[in-house]
Write a protein of this length. Sequence first.
Length: 247
Amino acid sequence: MIEARNLTKTFRDKKRGEIRATDDVSFLVAPGQIYGLLGANGAGKTTTLRMLATLLTPTSGSAALAGFDVAREPEKVRANVGFLAASTALYGRLTAREMITYFGRLNGMADPAIKARIKQLSAELDMDEFLDRRCDKFSTGMKQKTSIARTLVHDPAVMIFDEPTLGLDVMTARAIVKFVRDCKGRGKTVIYSTHVMSEVEKLCDTVGIIHGGKLLAEGTLPELRTRYAEQDMEEIFVKAAGVEEAA
């Protein structure tokens, strides 16, 4: 369902010259799986996800989602993916319902289908209480739930979550983790980017550890625990990153 092949992205900086944000990143995600992309801030997670979502053009390498090439068929990729970015803002003067409706129309949905989808998402994300309130009055958790709903209103086959629980209280974070797990139960394919080790352990079928723009290790949790002789995900991450730094 998702295939990244030698994805590399470089940027030019006046002071530092060429910056290689991602370096030859390759991985596969099977249909109906949750792939955890685990890394610290600045590791290359968001750059990788933005290339998969067609928001950035790879410097080299290629990728395909739902059978469509991100460079040659970006519109078809966007029709099949929902990308929750960590930094995307809401329109404060719109209500949550209006916000989701707007994005449904952007995705070519008819109003009856949008209405039905809002009802479903509102129930799953527990949004009924604030669905008709303006977004500028929302708590961080309300904003994140609205962002998730507008991202997934068109019911895409592939979902990409970039740090979805960042800055949230415990109960809201738990609700979002449950929602992601339920998405898998409905057959969705998910990439879940985070630096929260416990979420990786709860959700992910396969984990990719990214550090310094490179994918250093990949495998199921049992495979990684065996490879690094550690049970704790944090210790596995430190060992994987340390191998690369010492090489």
